[in-house]
Structure formats: structure tokens, C-alpha cells
Design a protein around this ligand. Structure first.
Ligand code: SF4
Length: 149
């Protein structure tokens, strides 16, 4: 799996609580004002085995709160699915630019929350928790698919 970086410093803006953030490499959207353009090029980043990423996360992410961001994680769907299956005891947020109906359904069983929708500069928001623009949605999954925005 191609990743850009893992931030273990503890984010409070990428989902509920203090979270480790895994930035997946590769995105074709090219949204204007993207905060992570270094994640766009799939030929950059570094290739890791899933088992090594899992081992690192288990060692360093002690509160088991993980956000998978990017880049566009679903471009590497089989690897992301394998990763979340191996972290079934973690609280996991997935940030994707896909719309909810376009997200493969199997992965939803392994996620606690999903943020869906492309970033749109003209709809930028700094007041909605965990999102960059008003068109996006942050949806609670485990515990009953409750849409909280
Ligand atoms: S989908 Fe996300 S990572 Fe990709 S260009 Fe848009 S804001 Fe950047």
C-alpha cells in the first residue's frame, strides 16, 4: 500500500477525540486549495506491507483512534479494506472524496465514521466539525448509520 505519512502527534480536527492520521498516497481530484497536494502523485510516497503498517499502528497509536485520510484512500481500495479488517478493534474514521453511494459497502462494516464528498473551495467552511466544505457529510456508522451532518 502506498502511503504519504502517518501523523502520531494527535489530531483533534480529523474526527472525534485525539487521533492518529494515516495519509494515503494518490489522488486524482486536484481540488483547488487542497491542503495535501503532496499526496496527489501516486508515483511518490512509499510502499509498505499492510502487516508492517498494522504493527506500527498497534505499537504507537495507543488510544486506537485512527483516521485514514489522503490523498484519496479508496483509490487503493483492496489494501484499505485489508488494513481496516486488521484493525477491527480500532475506532476508525475514513476521509474520502467519494459520495456515500459510491463507497464500496463492505468497508462500511469496519468503520466508525466516514466523511464523504469532494472539497469545494466555494463552499469552504471553518465551523463545521471535521469537514472542509459545506457539501461534505460526516456520517456515524458503527452504532447505526446516524447522519450527524
Ligand atoms: S480529494 Fe482531498 S486530497 Fe484529493 S485533491 Fe481534493 S482535497 Fe486534496
Amino acid at each position: 500500500m502506498k502511503i504519504n505519512s502517518i501523523d502520531y502527534s494527535g489530531s483533534i480536527v480529523d474526527g472525534p477525540g485525539i487521533r492518529t492520521v494515516l495519509f494515503v498516497q494518490g489522488c486524482k481530484r486536484k481540488c483547488e486549495d487542497c491542503h495535501n497536494p503532496s499526496t496527489w502523485d501516486i508515483d511518490k510516497g512509499k510502499e509498505f506491507d499492510i502487516e508492517d503498517i498494522v504493527e506500527d499502528l498497534r505499537k504507537k497509536c495507543l488510544n486506537k483512534k485512527l483516521t485514514i485520510s489522503g490523498g484519496e484512500p479508496l483509490l487503493q481500495y483492496p489494501a484499505i479494506l485489508e488494513l481496516v479488517k486488521n484493525l477491527d478493534d480500532f475506532n476508525i474514521v475514513l476521509y474520502t472524496s467519494f459520495e456515500f453511494d459510491d463507497v464500496p459497502k463492505e468497508i462500511l462494516h469496519y468503520l466508525d465514521y466516514i466523511k464523504v464528498g469532494k472539497y469545494i473551495k466555494e463552499q469552504r467552511s471553518t465551523i463545521i466539525p471535521f469537514m472542509g466544505s459545506n457539501n461534505q457529510k460526516f456520517i456515524e456508522l458503527r452504532g447505526g448509520e446516524i447522519e450527524i451532518n
